[in-house]
Design a protein around this ligand. Sequence first.
Ligand code: GSH
Length: 250
Amino acid sequence: MSPAPELKLHHVPPSHPSRAVEAALVIKGLDFELVDMSDPSAPHTEAMEAIFGEGNGTVPGLTVDGEPVHGSRPIMARIEELAPDPPLFPADRADEVREAERWGDDELQQLGRDLAWGALHFRPEQLGVVAGGEPLDPAGTDFAIRYVRATWRYHGLTAVRIAEDLEGLPEKLDHVDALIADGVIGGETPNAADLQIGSTLRIFDTIGDLAPLLADRPAGDLGERWFPEYMRGAVLPAGAFPAGWVPERS
Ligand SMILES: N[C@@H](CCC(=O)N[C@@H](CS)C(=O)NCC(=O)O)C(=O)O
């Protein structure tokens, strides 16, 4: 038997796609080292590109005996090659899981970033809560206002985009309910799509304004089910988004 490969998962702790692949490594029982790429003075992109190549500045990135694998979906696929059981792409619905994983990455994941940073713009003192502590004092809030502004600029966030994200959210949550009803996700053990979609839903759990959209439905339980410890207790109180921005559920 060949020795187990050396696995290093490069992440930043709040990142939901990083949590998704970390959960996959844990489920597979693989030993790995977590490398925290956070740098309070600069985005992690440059340091990531130095390891994973130009244009690969986002987290997560995995090295397998030094071989770089970048992005949550390629990492899921590589983990599946390294340890087939329990499967991340169960044979009886592998294509459906792959498509749901793609949807979770391409169409849902960004909303985790947009809506969290969006809500924090209106409640910057809550940055302390999201980081696992208390609401910030006035001096801390001054820092948070600058930090959130810089993040909006960096990600090209606008109020229009956030309002549109919110408008489209009921339809996306319906899609997650349908994936659960069809047995693509939400089974006994999480597959790659469960982890990709569930990690974003866990972020939604932290935004109090979204609670009415998430309550009493299968999609509303998925984040907590697969990521009970991630963001535990971090909830931005409802009322952050301006009145009328959060739509009724469909
Ligand atoms: N869809 C990609 C993107 C990951 C992504 O955007 N990660 C964020 C953190 S959650 C990041 O590193 N952002 C920094 C940047 O956009 O420069 C994946 O799933 O790997």
